[in-house]
Design a protein around this ligand. Sequence first.
Ligand code: ATP
Length: 462
Amino acid sequence: MTNAQIPEDGPPSEMQADLETITSLAKRRGFVFPSAEIYGGFAAAYDYGPLGVELKRNIRDRWWRAMVQERDDVVGLEAAIITNPAVWVASGHVAEFTDPLVECLSCQGRFRADHVEANTCPNCGTVGKFSEPRKFNMMLSTIVGPVADESGRAFMRPETAQGMFVNFDNVQTTTRKRLPFGVAQIGKSFRNEITVKQFIFRTREFEQMEMEYFCHPATSLETHAYWKKERLRWYYSLGIRPQHLRLRDHRPDELSHYSKATADIEVHYPWGWGEVEGIAHRGAYDLTQHATHSGKRLTYFDPDTNEHLVPHVVEPAAGVDRIMLTLMLEAYEEQHLDGGDSRVVMHFAPAIAPVTVAILPLSRKDTLEPTARRIWEMLRPTFRTQYDDAQSIGRRYRRQDEIGTPLCVTVDFETLTDDAVTIRERDTMAQIRVPIAGLIGALQGRLAALEPRVPSLDEIEV
Ligand code: ATP
């Protein structure tokens, strides 16, 4: 498997779903609802429903396992969302976290200048009638404490990264980690985005998964190259097809002044290539800034060379919501079956599927229910389960296909005499009969076989 450098325009998308299809499936099946819908919603805010929270949780868990628990060089952190405003002065966000805003002089619509195509107003279609771009700070703020004046002004963090920088010394001294080591965090971030569109791709409240990897300045470019591959590999492991992923190195004119290199992992969305994760080389910028502004020493003592140095930082930064949208688009397939029937299948990898095993008694008759419920109880500690006994078995299979449940367990009248059940597979619709005594092992085996193959680092070309 490779990710050969794909040409700028990329391949035509093989994602079958368009955004409307996924948005409506998400609402219909309880993945994502418009926020506070009974009040008419709220611009670009969403509430995650029962299946959406499971999917998000699985994405976070996969990331945390790969980035923290399975490694010996990364530890976790959870920092406050609203913290000392001095952090955001030092980081440069108060002065510089801006997007260029233009206003259409015809309809007064406001847009991010780089989101306006062909000098045409996305709202009213007027060509070439925009105000000069002005800097618009994207941080959301609030007042902390009982006195409603500016002295209480504080910011909602626009990224989780600064929590790792301001805690660099605390983490390093308590864990006694030696370079290179990373600090990872998952949590909400807030940005007052000018234009919000494309469902959960860009919202004002969203969740980030970021890791600051501190390393010796001499090895930082190598480290950056390593993380590009490692992160790409993680997306393959979720079942995203290589032709829908690419790594795009930033051009020198796109780099921040302190960055030696940045690459984005991009996904081919129905509207074109878009960033799902940024892998930035932040140099010594953040630690230096915080040392200067706080007056505290933020250096690392290298016991091998007896020198104090300011580590460089490589930062893979991803968005949970954006990954969830990517996975839903990627998983969707509408299949036309023999006999004129059709079905919608979400081909989620088992590790991220909201439900892994559904338990379906063939009939609602009282005779099957106790056995089916007993099997459900037996499976709950090991799998993410759902029990469904409403309507015909065919319709129940379709419902499970549409939410991406890899396996269904059907309990029928024979079960009462042969102590066996049928496992039905989502992707092939194949059915096999297995004894209840060996059911957990059989299901685990099937699920493992359905996981995408994870390539080794050597197999990935970037
Ligand atoms: P963009 O160019 O799309 O605005 P960015 O380069 O500002 O994104 P980063 O600061 O690199 O984004 O943030 C890291 C990740 O956080 C992004 O790759 C994305 O997955 C996620 N993210 C950033 N902004 C948003 C948002 N407004 N809504 C949802 N996810 C976001």
